[in-house]
Ligand binder design. Structure first.
Ligand SMILES: [Ca+2]
Length: 492
């Protein structure tokens, strides 16, 4: 096990080094340079990676510190599992949570507790607790859309004003801060404290058996050559569908190159380097897709591809089948699909699959795009502090302590167990994982629902014309943005 783990760590460090080198670095990965890169990264990591939260000694006198989360079963696949673990079970992720909590509880003499309203009630219960001045909850961890609603109601504290919280630490995802701040206020942050946002990160799933049968070049090779683009993706898909039942049409009984879902209408635009809602130099959101010809080209390109029955099968158009929640899961498991651009958690859901599969980042649009952008879907989990918290500085203290310890033990546990040796079937895929996790994008539109999603969906999924669709949506989007700015006290 130890040997396997060190191989894994070497691969991860290699991937980090590749990502840090930017576009050019990946192409130089011969065996020798990879080894050197791993050695160098290992040496650097040993020197620089510390997990000290930099907090003063503190004794909380045994006080209970309570998280409100979505740990209720009604959240199904998107249930929070990173906040509490009642006992050691031998399961690596569970035990990492248990050990982190034990450390924090013992070090600061605090009792950690978790309360989970049923799924539909997280928003209303969080609202009620704030309105009634109930100080029970020190931290609330909602998905992004509920976090946005809580912000609009004035229920959350700007985390930049919370003492003991150091958002520049690596256990807080700097991308989440840059992408989700509004008028320089940070109400929600993603980080190592919960693994759910890893699960919610978009990636390309590759059915390696189908790939091998087709005898085409591996996406890993294209990634290494920095030519993993939408054109490449489409080229690989071009001859990959097979009319298995021979009835002359393309449907759920066939093998379809690109398995997909409605979310990819907006996810692909983010993947290709755009935000649905952009922000100006003052960190004020605005809608800038209207009039952008490159965006129009991208959207029509994605639309043409996603709605072509020969190339793509969208599970939202097909419904559930044969006890499978998603038809595309069944097809992928039966080796009747080459690619599926979806969330990383799908890797875990497919763990029983007999066939080899791998992952890659979501492709770039073209050579003009510098970095991969793998969207983190809103269904994950964000750290927030309600205005009703008994002592926000104490909320900040425990959040910081837990996040730092999570970086040290929960993050490696996630890599080791959930996404590596247990589920992913090939080593190259493991090295791809850091390219996915280290190139993430969060979307403000998904927090506040300004209306850009509806417009993009109708262009891509219903083949509406971009210019007129955006023109008719832009006024309403601008007005919703203005209203939200007023709600956070940042309106002109
Ligand atoms: Ca057919």
């Amino acid at each position: 096990m130890k040997k396997k783990l060190s191989l894994l760590l070497a691969l991860l460090m290699m991937a980090s080094a590749m990502a840090a080198c930017g576009d050019g670095g990946a192409s130089e990965t011969t065996a020798d340079t990879a080894e050197t890169a791993a050695d160098t990264a290992a040496a650097e990591t040993e020197e620089t990676e510390t997990f000290d939260p930099g907090l003063p000694d503190k004794d909380f006198g045994g006080r209970t510190f309570t998280f409100m989360t979505k740990a209720d079963d009604s959240w199904t696949d998107w249930k929070e599992t990173s906040i509490s673990a009642p006992e050691l079970s031998g399961e690596v992720l569970n035990d990492a949570v248990y050990n982190r909590n034990s450390y924090v509880q013992e070090t600061y003499n605090v009792v950690l507790a978790e309360y989970a309203p049923t799924s539909g009630n997280l928003l209303s219960e969080a609202g009620n607790t704030v309105q009634s001045g109930d100080t029970t909850y020190d931290v609330i961890m909602p998905p992004l859309n509920i976090a946005g609603s809580l912000v609009q109601s004035g229920y959350l504290i700007d985390l930049k004003e919370v003492d003991n919280l150091n958002l520049s630490q690596k256990w807080w995802d700097e991308r989440s801060i840059a992408d989700l701040s509004i008028a320089n206020k940070v109400y929600m942050v993603s980080g190592d404290i919960s693994t759910l946002n890893n699960d919610a990160t978009w990636c390309t799933m590759i059915n390696l058996e189908v790939l091998n049968d087709l005898g085409v070049e591996s996406p890993y090779q294209y990634v290494a050559e920095d030519n993993w683009t939408f054109d490449t993706y489409k080229l690989l898909c071009e001859d990959a569908s097979i009319d298995l039942d021979g009835d002359g049409d393309w449907d759920k009984d066939d093998s379809i190159a690109n398995l997909t879902q409605n979310e990819n209408a907006t996810a692909m635009l983010i993947t290709f380097g755009y935000h649905l809602i952009n922000k100006d130099n003052d960190d004020v959101p605005y809608f800038d897709l209207e009039g952008n010809e490159r965006v129009y080209d991208i959207l029509m390109d994605v639309s043409e591809f996603m709605t072509d029955d020969r190339l793509s099968l969208n599970y939202h158009e097909k419904g559930s089948q044969d006890g499978y929640h998603l038809l595309t899961t069944k097809m992928f498991e039966e080796n009747r699909g080459l690619f599926w651009i979806t969330n990383l958690q799908m890797v875990i859901r497919l763990r029983e699959m007999e066939t080899d599969f791998g992952i890659a980042p979501c492709p770039k649009y073209d050579a003009e795009q510098e970095d991969y952008c793998n969207v983190v879907w809103f269904v994950g989990s964000y750290s927030t502090v309600p205005v009703s918290a008994m002592d926000p500085a104490e909320s900040g203290f425990i959040l910081e302590a837990m996040a730092a310890k999570s970086r040290e033990i929960l993050r490696p546990a996630y890599y080791e167990t959930a996404l590596s040796l247990k589920y992913l079937r090939d080593e190259e895929s493991i090295a791809m994982l850091d390219l996915v996790i280290d190139n993430r994008a969060y979307e403000l539109e998904q927090a506040f629902d300004f209306g850009a999603t509806t417009a993009v969906n109708s262009i891509v999924l219903n083949e509406k014309e971009p210019a007129s669709t955006f023109a008719s949506a832009s006024k309403s989007i601008a007005s919703k943005i203005e209203k939200t700015l007023q709600q956070v006290g940042a309106a002109n």
